[in-house]
Write a protein that binds this ligand. Structure first.
Ligand code: CA
Length: 339
């Protein structure tokens, strides 16, 4: 999300998942064994290990799969929502098939200042996602290249969670001023670090100008690895047909896209919703079988933050009156698509 961005310019062995009523359970003996039980069967039991075929995300049976869900807001500002009950409600009531913890890297008290806190916030959402049998995009929510920290974080995530089909790595939320060559070089290093540990889970790659320059990435994609996709972000009141054409071009060149953030308002995250434009985008994503994640599940006083205000219980459950208009629109769209 642009404005915020400019402003803040267990070793795991023997993991197994069993279909079993129960709760997250760490037998915490000497960093060994993390075992998370699924509370009920959901999208991950159905679709399993994902992969990329052509421009499509496909499931264990090679059938195209569209993941739809919501992104949390910056972990630096909205960490109270990074809890198991919130994820559970977003799955049971909102019908999310994917959630996205947005791990704030550079703002004050972010990952750089306090890696333990933000790693734990990520773990809260990831463990809850595994328990609820949904996919989870682990988002490195940065606007700048922070290579050593990103490598450290994703090696940890891949070591702890690489065996779970639930996991999708998003290694650079939104580059802003970096060239594609710089983003590409950074991405290749992080991808290599992940692939040394986890050979197959999906990795999402950013592109310059808030993930809008997918046409540039399409002309010079990263090669030598499988299961890579490229993030594409839009905000419907600002971005319209012209930006869709870029994405159409990228798809025509064979670049797999994943919409890891989108909104119906202006690119600032504020201003009125443009429902006509939002519906055009929604139709376009569905026609192209693109996965989409709406931004954001947070309580800031702005149009894109789905929760009404800071007085709403961050653990839910939430009624319509706890949500802003955007939250109601997204919940309805998810429930409609996942009937
Ligand atoms: Ca894996």
């Amino acid at each position: 999300m642009r404005i915020s961005k400019l402003l803040f310019i267990v070793l795991v062995a023997g993991i197994h998942i069993s279909l079993h009523a129960g709760c997250s359970h760490n037998s915490a003996k000497s960093g060994h064994v993390a075992e998370i039980h699924i509370s009920h069967a959901g999208p991950v039991s159905k679709h399993g290990q994902l992969k990329v075929q052509g421009v499509h995300l496909v499931d264990k049976n090679d059938q195209p799969v569209v993941l739809r869900g919501v992104s949390f807001g910056w972990s630096t500002a909205h960490g109270q929502f990074y809890n198991e009950q919130a994820v559970g409600f977003l799955v049971s009531d909102w019908k999310c098939a994917v959630v996205r913890p947005a791990i704030g890297v550079e703002p004050k008290r972010g990952y750089i200042d306090n890696p333990e806190l933000h790693t734990q916030l990520a773990i809260n959402v990831i463990d809850a996602a595994i328990k609820n049998d949904v996919y989870v995009v682990i988002d490195w929510h940065s606007h700048n290249i922070r290579l050593p920290e990103a490598v450290e974080f994703f090696k940890k995530m891949a070591t702890q969670y690489g065996k779970y089909p639930n996991i999708i790595y998003e290694i650079f939320n939104e580059p802003v001023y970096q060239s594609w060559e710089e983003v590409k070089q950074y991405s290749e290093t992080v991808i290599q670090a992940i692939r040394e540990i986890d050979e197959n889970n999906i990795i999402l790659i950013g592109s310059p100008h808030w993930d809008q320059d997918v046409h540039i990435a399409a002309d010079s994609p990263i090669t030598g690895y499988t299961n890579l996709m490229y993030t594409f972000h839009f905000y419907a009141a600002t971005h319209k047909e012209e930006l869709r054409k870029r994405a159409d071009y990228a798809l025509s060149k064979g670049l797999p896209l994943f919409v890891s953030e989108c909104g119906g308002m202006e690119a600032s995250g504020d201003g009125p919703l443009d429902m006509d434009s939002w519906n055009s985008w929604l139709d376009w994503m569905e026609e192209n079988k693109l996965s989409w994640v709406c931004y954001s599940f947070s309580s800031k006083n702005e149009t894109c933050s789905m929760i009404k205000d800071d007085f709403v219980n961050p653990k839910g459950p939430w009624s319509d009156s706890d949500l802003k208009e955007w939250g109601r629109v997204v919940r309805e769209a998810l429930r409609e698509k996942h009937k």
